[in-house]
Design a binder for this molecule. Structure first.
Ligand code: C2E
Ligand code: CA
Ligand code: CA
Length: 421
């Protein structure tokens, strides 16, 4: 007997919907063509997308992204053909094709950027193969490359099956000298467990959290927490999907180590990489200016006041200016970072609770750039001292404060110039 459904025939008789059937047909046709392409190598190549160090702008990795041009249909999106390859048992051989392309392509790029690695995406299936590390090692040797040319990106889904073997493989790969990175971090169901279980070098935060960071308080909070957690565990943090400078600045401020995204570059064919590397050398210093952290502030009398309350900014600047200080102001941590990058002040008076980038994020951003400057926390009541301790600041003044309190604390770190007439 077959089950009867309300308003329709039996399940056994239910017709396949036309859209579904044509999708299946396309998938089947793609799978057959892809099998051929993978076997012969035709139509498959890699594009490369740079990952750069946010502190000094160095290009640290190029992610190899598979590209397939179908002989009749033209380019097929990886989001379509990668799942087809995974389900059709082709992902392993596709992976080797991409690795071959990448290792051949890399040689001249590594001459220009020593230490550069290629980042490869590894599927769960591949990671659960026995003797994976040995096989990768032999393939690298055959291609004249070595494990320190390679980094592998794995998603949180890899532990769903064969968890032990996957972990062993990753451990062996790391022993060889291959880097291991968790990709799309935050999108899996038990991300923290993966951090605990998997032997990794870095964690790439998924672009869902990165894209909204400039506007959404929640994304910023999540990224800040992930950065803190990963750093505590000794992992590097990479942000993907960085599309504009505002996002770059906030991520840098939050202490992210490296970044990838359209702001830096879209994935490029191999032929474009060398010219891009040359062009990047000009662009990098603007996005990632390196500063000598120990440099003396040019003027001992300059003070940067950071507060989102316009009345406080106005009052404090007026008081300090009258006493002979030169004063800059910023309404949040982000503006303050920009000000610091333009000109190092002798002292920073810092509010804690501010939008966009708060006092805590700002202090962390300074540290991550190796900038050491006296910071005085100014926030309401008894929490000022607590915040100063938590953030490792040099002193605190509790709001509301009087002129004397302010001058006293400023005088500990700076020397005012002559008073204006
Ligand atoms: P993924 O590993 O997360 O790769 C990053 C994807 O994000 C790429 O898409 C890239 O073009 C895109 N992307 C990069 N920067 C930005 C940005 O600033 N904004 C936005 N909106 N997107 C950005 P692509 O090339 O279509 O690859 C899609 C996925 O296909 C990859 O996601 C990866 O999971 C998979 N894939 C690609 N190549 C391979 C491969 O060789 N092997 C395996 N197993 N998977 C691969
Ligand atoms: Ca990836
Ligand atoms: Ca990703």
């Amino acid at each position: 007997m077959t089950e009867q459904r309300p308003g329709g025939g039996s399940l056994a008789e239910r017709p396949v919907r036309p859209a579904q059937s044509s999708r299946r047909k396309r998938t089947r046709a793609l799978r057959d063509e892809l099998r051929l392409a993978v076997a012969q190598g035709g139509g498959i190549k890699a594009h490369y997308q740079p990952i750069v160090d946010m502190h000094d702008g160095r290009v640290v990795r190029l992610e190899a992204l598979a590209r397939w041009t179908h002989k009749d249909l033209g380019p097929i999106a990886p989001t379509e053909f990668i799942p087809v390859a995974e389900r059709g048992g082709l992902i392993r051989d596709l992976g080797w094709r991409v690795l071959e392309h990448a290792m051949r392509d890399m040689a001249p790029w590594r001459e220009r950027s020593p230490g550069l690695r290629c980042a490869m995406n590894l599927s769960a299936d591949v990671l659960a193969q026995p003797h994976l590390a040995g096989e990768i090692d032999r393939t690298l040797q055959k291609l004249g490359a070595s494990p320190d040319h390679l980094s592998v990106e794995i998603t949180e889904s890899v532990l769903v099956a064969h968890a032990d073997r996957t972990r062993d493989n990753l451990e062996e790969l790391r022993k060889l000298g291959v880097r291991v990175e968790i990709d799309d971090f935050g999108t899996g169901f038990s991300s923290l467990r993966y951090l605990q279980l998997l032997p990794v070098d870095s964690v790439k935060i998924d672009r869902q959290f990165v894209a909204g960071i400039f506007h959404e308080r929640k994304s910023e909070t999540i990224v800040r927490a992930v950065v803190g957690l990963c750093h505590e565990l000794g992992f590097e943090v990479v942000a993907e999907g960085v599309e504009d400078e505002a996002t770059w600045e906030v991520l840098r401020a939050l202490g992210c180590d490296s970044a990838q995204g359209y702001l830096i570059s879209e994935p490029m064919p191999a032929a474009q990489i060398l010219p891009w590397l040359v062009g990047w050398e000009d662009r990098a210093p603007r996005l990632a200016p390196t500063r000598d952290g120990g440099a003396e502030a040019s003027a001992r009398r300059s003070v940067l006041v950071v507060d989102d309350e316009p009345a406080i900014l106005a009052l404090v600047s007026e008081l300090l200016t009258m006493e002979g200080y030169s004063v800059q102001t910023a309404a949040n941590g982000e503006e303050a970072l920009r000000a610091v990058q333009l000109d190092l002040p002798a002292l920073i008076l810092l509010d804690v609770h501010m939008p966009v980038l708060d006092g805590e994020g700002f202090v962390r951003a300074l540290r991550s750039r190796g900038i050491r400057l006296p910071v005085v926390i100014m926030t309401a009541g008894p929490s000022a001292e607590h915040w100063a301790r938590t953030l490792g600041a040099d002193a605190s003044v509790a709001k509301p404060f009087g002129l004397d309190d302010l001058l006293h604390v400023a005088g500990r770190f700076t020397t005012p110039g002559p008073r204006p007439h």
